[in-house]
Design a protein around this ligand. Structure first.
Ligand SMILES: Cc1ncc(COP(=O)(O)O)c(C=O)c1O
Length: 389
C-alpha cells in the first residue's frame, strides 16, 4: 500500500484508519475491506474549513433546521440547479438521515396494510426501513440484459394491482450502479399513477456519476412530481456520512402539510455540524466533487480493464454511478460468493443476497480506495475466480 495518490489526492489507508470510523475498523490488517460505503479520500477543504469555524463558534447545541438556518434554501438551489429537480425552499425538509426519511415516507404515504414494492437488487437497509414502518416489502427483481438493469414495470404493475401502495426506488441504484433512463421512469410513473400509488426515490448517490446524465424521478413529468417523495443528502457524495443531515424534497404541496404534522421523534436528530458541512458542500464543494469523480472513474476503468484482460469481462459491467461494483460471480455456483472471497482471498465484499433475492451469486465491492489497494484486491479475486470458476 505505497502509491497514495489518485487524481491528485494525497491519501492512503493509514489515514483512513486514523479516522476510526467503520471503514477500516471491522477487520484486522490482513483483510482488504471493500464493504462499508465510505470513501478513502480526504474531506473537501471548504467543508473542513466550515467545520473548524463551526467548532470555534461551539456550534454544538440543538440545531435550527427550519428556513431561518438558510439550509433549505441552499439545498433547494442545489436541487434545482445541479440535481435537476426544480423545487423551492418551502418544499424541502431536513432529516438526520435518509433511512429515517424513508421510514417516514413509507409510513405516511403507503396505506396501512399495503405492501411496498422494492425493485431488487437494492440497498439492503431498505428492507429494515420498510419493516420499521410496519409494512412488508414485495421484491420485484429488475430485468437484466446486455445493456444492464431495467425496472420491470409489468411486474410492478401486477404488485400494485395486488394491493401494494408504493414503490421504493434507489436511483441511481445501489448496488448495481445503474442510472434509470427517463423513458423507463416515465413508464413507471404512468403505472404508479394508474394505481393511485406513490414513489419514494432515494437519490443519495446522484452526484457520483460517470458520463451519463442523471434525471431525478420527480423530474420526468408532472404526474411523477405529484406522487414522488425525493430523498437526498450531501453525505454520500462528499463522504461525510457520520454527520447526520439529509433532506426530503416534497414536490406535492399536500405532502408538506402532512410531513409537518410528524412528531419530532420522527424527524429529529439532525446534527448542527452536519448542517454546516452540507451547506459548505452544496455551495463550495463542486471542484472537490469533480476531482473525486475523476479519481473514482480511474478506479472504475481499472476494474473494467483488469477483469477484461483476465478473460472475466462478464464479472464487472462498469457502474454508471456510485463507487460500487456489482460483481457477477455466478460462475462460482454459490449464493453468497462474498463469504468465499473473504475466506479464500482476504478481500471483504458485501454479500449479494443481502440486497434481495436477486443478489444471489453476486457481491458488492466498494472501489473508492487507492488504486494500488484496489489493484491488489482485484488480483486476488481474479486469481481465485480463474482457478475456482
Ligand atoms: C442508497 C442509500 N441510501 C441511504 C444510505 C444511508 O443514508 P443515511 O445514513 O443518511 O441513512 C446509503 C448508504 O450507503 C445508501 O447507499
Amino acid at each position: 500500500m505505497t502509491d497514495t495518490r489518485y487524481a491528485g489526492f494525497e491519501w492512503d489507508v493509514a489515514k483512513s484508519r486514523q479516522r476510526r470510523t467503520k471503514r477500516w475498523s471491522v477487520y484486522g490488517p490482513e483483510v482488504v475491506d471493500l464493504t462499508v460505503a465510505e470513501m478513502d479520500l480526504p474531506i473537501a477543504e471548504p467543508i473542513m474549513a466550515a467545520l473548524r469555524d463551526a467548532l470555534e463558534r461551539q456550534t454544538v447545541g440543538y440545531p435550527i433546521p427550519g428556513p431561518q438556518s438558510g439550509l433549505p434554501e441552499t439545498a433547494a438551489k442545489w436541487l434545482t440547479e445541479v440535481h435537476g429537480l426544480p423545487v423551492d425552499a418551502g418544499a424541502v425538509r431536513l432529516l438526520p438521515e435518509l433511512m429515517k426519511g424513508i421510514t417516514n415516507a413509507v409510513r405516511e404515504f403507503t396505506p396501512a396494510g399495503a405492501a411496498v414494492v422494492v425493485p431488487t437488487p437494492t440497498y439492503r437497509s431498505f428492507f429494515g426501513a420498510v419493516e420499521l414502518a410496519g409494512r412488508s416489502a414485495v421484491e420485484v427483481p429488475m430485468l437484466r440484459d446486455a445493456d444492464g438493469y431495467h425496472l420491470d414495470c409489468e411486474r410492478i404493475d401486477e404488485a400494485l394491482a395486488a394491493g401494494a401502495g408504493s414503490v421504493l426506488l434507489c436511483h441511481p441504484a445501489n448496488p448495481v450502479g445503474r442510472l434509470f433512463r427517463p423513458s423507463e421512469l416515465q413508464q413507471l410513473a404512468a403505472v404508479v399513477d394508474r394505481h393511485g400509488a406513490r414513489v419514494i426515490s432515494d437519490e443519495i448517490h446522484a452526484p457520483l456519476r460517470y458520463q451519463r446524465d442523471f434525471v431525478p424521478y420527480a423530474a420526468v413529468g408532472e404526474i411523477a412530481r405529484r406522487h414522488a417523495v425525493t430523498l437526498f443528502s450531501a453525505t454520500k457524495a462528499w463522504n461525510i456520512p457520520g454527520l447526520r443531515c439529509g433532506f426530503a424534497a416534497l414536490t406535492n404541496p399536500v405532502d408538506v402539510e402532512r410531513w409537518d404534522r410528524l412528531p419530532g421523534a420522527a424527524t429529529g436528530g439532525i446534527s448542527p455540524l452536519g448542517m454546516v458541512a452540507s451547506a459548505a458542500a452544496f455551495e463550495y464543494g463542486g471542484s472537490w466533487l469533480e476531482r473525486a469523480i475523476e479519481a473514482l472513474a480511474g478506479n472504475r476503468a481499472l476494474l473494467e480493464r483488469r477483469f477484461a484482460e483476465a478473460g472475466l469481462a462478464e464479472v464487472y459491467a462498469p457502474s454508471e454511478a456510485t463507487y460500487l461494483a456489482w460483481l457477477d460471480l455466478r460462475r462460482l455456483g454459490a449464493a453468497d460468493p462474498a463469504a468465499i472471497l473473504r475466506e479464500k482471498t482476504g478481500v471483504a465484499t458485501t454479500a449479494g443476497p443481502e440486497h434481495g433475492s436477486a443478489g444471489a451469486g453476486f457481491a458488492r465491492l466498494n472501489f473508492a480506495t487507492p488504486p494500488d489497494v484496489l489493484d491488489d484486491a482485484v488480483s486476488r479475486i481474479i486469481d481465485f475466480v480463474r482457478t475456482a470458476g
